[in-house]
Ligand binder design. Structure first.
Ligand code: HMG
Ligand code: MG
Length: 286
C-alpha cells in the first residue's frame, strides 16, 4: 500500500487574506464547501486577527457559521493572541494556530511584537486552548529568509520551533514565507529543526515565488515530513511579506506526491472545481 502524505489546505485563509478586492462571505463559504468534498482532513478557513490589519479576514465568524461542516474535516483558524482565541472558540473553530517568526523583523511587521513577546502571548493561547480541549498548531515564518532581516540562521528556526512544540503545539508548520529558498537552504534548515522536533510533528509550508516549492517539498519528504500546506489555485501571499507570491498550488502538490508514490486521499475532480473557483475569486490581478 502507498505511504500516506497529507495536504493541509490553507487557501481560504493564506490564499485569500491578501486579495485586494473585498471577497463576499458567501464566495468564501462556497469555496470552503467545495474543498470540504475533496477529502482534506484539515482546512484553514479564517483568521481572528485585527480587522484593521487584515480586513479581508474580518468575517471569520460569519464564514465559520455559514460553512457546511463535513464529518472528519477540521476547520482551522489563526489566533495571534488570547482575544483571537476567544473569538475562534466562539465561532467554533475545530483547531487554532499560533504564528510566530524566526526573524525579529517579520515578527514586528506581522504581529507587532518581538519574538519573545509573541511566545508569551502564545503561551496564554495554548493554556486557554488546553482548557477548552482545542488542538493548537504552530507556525514559524521566515524559516530561510526574512523580507526585513535577510537570511535566517537554521538555529534560529529550531529555537522558535522547539518553543512552540514544548508549549503544546501538536504540529509545527515551517513557513518559507518568501517562496524563493533553494533546496540546499531548506535542507540546512530541516537538518537543524529535525534535530529538535520529530519530523512527524513538522509540516512544510512553501510559498512558490521562485517556482521551487515542489523541489523543496521533495527535500522535506527526504527528512521524513509528510504534511504539506498548500492553497488551491496557488492563491495568496502575505500582506506583511511584500513581493511574496501565493502558496504552492494544491493540485500541483497532489500530483507530485502521487507521482512519488504517496497517497493523499484527495479527489482530483473536486480539486479542479475548487481550483477554477479560486481563479475566479482572484479576479483581475490573478
Ligand atoms: P496590536 O495593534 O499590537 O494589538 O496588533 P493590541 O493588542 O495593541 O490591540 C490593538 C487593537 O486591536 C485593539 O482594538 C484590540 O482590541 C484589537 P482597539 O482597542 O484599538 O479598538 N485586537 C484584535 N481585534 C480582533 N482580533 C484580535 C485582536 N487583537 C487585538 N485577535 C495583532 C497585534 C497581532 C492583533 C496585529 O498585529 C494583527 O492582527 N496582525 C495580523 C497578522 C496577520 O494576520 N498576518 C497574516 C497571517 S501570518 C502569515 O500569513 C504567515 C503564515 O502563512 C506562514 C508563512 O507563510 O510564513 C502563517
Ligand atoms: Mg503563508
Amino acid at each position: 500500500m502507498a505511504e500516506r502524505a497529507e495536504i493541509f489546505e490553507v487557501g481560504p485563509r493564506d490564499g485569500l487574506q491578501n486579495e485586494p478586492r473585498p471577497i463576499p462571505t458567501a464566495e468564501k463559504i462556497a469555496l470552503i464547501d467545495t474543498l470540504s468534498e475533496a477529502g482534506f482532513r484539515r482546512i484553514e478557513v479564517a483568521s481572528f486577527v485585527s480587522p484593521r490589519w487584515v480586513p479581508q479576514m474580518a468575517d471569520g465568524a460569519e464564514v465559520l457559521a455559514g460553512i457546511r461542516r463535513v464529518a472528519g474535516v477540521r476547520y482551522a483558524a489563526l489566533t495571534p493572541n488570547l482575544k483571537g482565541f476567544q473569538r475562534a472558540l466562539a465561532a467554533r473553530a475545530d483547531e487554532v494556530a499560533i504564528f510566530g517568526s524566526a526573524s525579529e523583523g517579520f515578527s514586528r511587521a506581522n504581529i507587532n511584537c518581538s519574538i519573545e513577546e509573541s511566545l508569551t502571548r502564545f503561551q496564554e493561547v495554548t493554556e486557554a486552548a488546553r482548557e477548552a480541549s482545542v488542538p493548537v498548531r504552530g507556525y514559524v515564518s521566515c524559516v530561510v529568509e526574512c523580507p526585513y532581516d535577510g537570511p535566517v540562521a537554521p538555529a534560529d528556526v529550531a529555537r522558535v520551533a522547539v518553543r512552540l512544540f514544548e508549549m503544546g503545539c501538536y504540529e509545527i508548520s515551517l513557513g518559507e514565507t518568501l517562496g524563493r529558498a533553494s533546496p540546499e537552504a531548506v535542507a540546512a534548515m530541516l537538518e537543524a529543526v529535525t534535530a529538535e522536533v520529530p519530523a512527524d510533528r513538522l509540516a512544510g509550508h512553501f510559498h512558490d515565488t521562485a517556482g521551487r516549492a515542489l523541489e523543496n517539498i521533495e527535500v522535506a519528504l527526504g527528512f521524513g515530513l509528510r504534511v504539506f500546506d498548500a492553497a488551491v489555485g496557488g492563491l495568496g501571499g502575505c500582506p506583511y511579506a511584500p513581493g511574496a507570491a501565493g502558496n504552492v498550488d494544491t493540485i500541483r502538490v497532489a500530483r507530485r506526491l502521487a507521482g512519488l508514490g504517496f497517497e493523499t486521499g484527495l479527489d482530483m475532480e473536486v480539486l479542479e472545481r475548487a481550483g477554477a473557483m479560486a481563479h475566479r475569486m482572484r479576479g483581475a490581478h490573478g
